[in-house]
Ligand binder design. Structure first.
Ligand code: C2G
Length: 463
């Protein structure tokens, strides 16, 4: 009996897939089809797969061409499978010519001619809207967004907005994207969606106006400086039927979800303490070190450090204490947020002027999870127990600087592929905004900060 194996994602199952399976079947007597998991696809850079693994398996099954269907979840598995199932022929489409020649050492490798003019990518773009994006703000974060754009299908950045003409011009020269500097409403008219990467205090107003104009919004954190504004924005987005996402990129990184789920799985017992720390000694001339009202440690990093706490304990804390080490002008160089919950304790630490180990430790009654810096990208974490020899290491995949995951989630939600809404919920965003509001109130109370003005909701922008 000649055994054949082939692999694929088989997303938006189409005639090209059927043809491939038919020809693969004819190469032998028994066909095994490996269908990729979501994680494996993410790991190999396919981050916009629409159908779930089970749906894709079901589509392959319905063809009746596979004698057996297996799941492919890691690189190197093909070698294991060929040995395990005693495969005679490995086959795949001609788009992979050369890539799998190394398997010739184990079995025969056949590249089958690919069916022309049909692909999952083509179907995705014909089924789904290509999102015309505009970027608000043209600084460092906007530049990172530009760099990641090519990894996200279904979106095009067509223009930008920045009332500060110097910065806008530099951006236009670097990226060839037209930058509008005067009329926000005209800029909005050109786009379906916006990415807000302007200074922190302007986020809310830009978002509010964009949502009111019926545009989808991906807004860097903080989306709002208090709970009421955050909730109001989401209510308005619901009424206008537009997508509103906050850009806390950790939430969208595949490894972070895996870490959270490991913590929830009971392997460390009941969770009793969470410590999340994020510090970066920033350039003294940078916005985070010069803007005493909207820069500083809390504004930069608190959203990231609060995220695992709200994910694991929920948003109903019993008590919260915020303490900072401040500069003379009131800018917080280091801030510690202590939260008390029914079931345990939590601390979020952020710094722009104090350096410490940037780690996330989730402690339970049986063991703990340790994710070292940069845990906010979650490339690696460890499961540890009393017995120091019993350590399990996880290395989830992570590509680029992480922005592509939130960008692709945004495009998916615009196209109503919103299976991942749990990644960052409105409730979590509202809770982060609530702690932000408390931080601002606390800062007002600290006596030695004479001369600091009440934070204004948004910087005036030119219209
Ligand atoms: N295919 C084809 N003709 C098309 C489109 C796809 O013959 N028009 C083939 C591909 O070459 C592949 C199979 O159909 O052999 C599944 O394609 P995808 O779902 O795109 O999966 P792919 O990313 O090619 O995964 O481990 C996974 C494998 O390496 C292949």
């Amino acid at each position: 009996m000649v055994k054949v194996i082939t692999y694929g994602t088989f997303d938006l199952f189409h005639q090209g897939h059927v043809n491939l399976l038919e020809r693969a079947r004819k190469l032998g007597d028994y066909l095994i089809v490996g269908v990729t998991t979501e994680h494996f696809d993410e790991a190999r850079g396919k981050i916009n797969v629409v159908d779930s693994c089970l749906e894709r398996v079901e589509n392959v099954r319905k063809t009746g061409l596979a004698d057996e269907i297996i799941i492919e979840d890691h690189a190197g598995q093909k070698i294991e499978d060929i040995q395990k199932y005693q495969i005679d022929i490995f086959t795949v489409g001609s788009d992979w010519i050369g890539t799998f020649d190394y398997l010739n050492a184990l079995c025969k490798v056949v590249y089958l001619e690919r069916t022309p003019n049909i692909s999952s990518t083509m179907l995705r773009s014909s089924h789904f809207q290509r999102v015309k994006m505009g970027i608000i703000g043209t600084g460092r974060i906007a530049a990172r967004f530009m760099a990641e754009e090519k990894y996200v299908s279904g979106m095009n950045i067509i223009c930008a907005f920045n009332p500060e003409t110097e910065s806008g011009k530099r951006f236009q020269d670097s990226y060839g994207v037209q930058v509008e500097s005067e009329h926000y409403s005209e800029f909005l008219n050109k786009v379906d969606a916006v990415y807000i990467a302007s200074p922190n205090e302007t986020h809310y107003e830009y978002a509010r106006e964009a949502v009111a104009a019926g545009k989808h919004v991906l807004c860097e954190n903080p989306i709002a400086l208090n709970r009421q504004d955050a909730e109001g924005l989401f209510k308005q987005a619901g009424e206008r039927e537009v997508v509103l996402l906050e850009g806390i990129k950790t939430a969208y990184c595949p490894g972070f979800q895996q870490l959270i789920n490991t913590a929830r799985s009971g392997q460390i017992g009941e969770i009793r303490d969470i410590e999340a720390c994020f510090t970066r000694l920033a350039d003294p001339y940078s916005r985070e070190c010069t803007d005493a009202l909207y820069g500083g440690a809390f504004m930069e990093y608190a959203a990231y450090t609060l995220l695992p706490i709200f994910k694991l304990y929920g948003t109903h804390y019993k008590d919260v204490h915020i303490r900072s080490i401040q500069r003379a002008d009131g800018l917080d160089l280091y801030t510690k947020i202590d939260l008390l919950y029914e079931q345990g304790l939590a601390t979020a630490k952020c710094g722009v002027g104090v350096k410490t180990e940037g780690q996330l430790v989730i402690s339970g009654t049986k063991g703990y999870l340790l994710a070292e810096s940069p845990w906010w990208l979650t490339r690696k974490y460890k499961l540890c127990y009393e017995d120091p020899n019993k350590v399990e290491t996880f290395e989830p995949k992570f590509q680029g600087d992480g922005l592509r995951y939130e960008m692709s989630e945004f495009v998916a939600q615009i196209n109503k592929v919103d299976k991942n809404k749990y990644l960052l919920t409105q409730d979590e965003i509202a809770a982060i905004s609530e702690v932000t509001e408390l931080f601002i109130e606390e800062r007002m109370r600290w006596k030695h900060k004479d001369g600091i003005e009440e934070p204004k909701r948004a910087r005036q922008k030119k219209e």
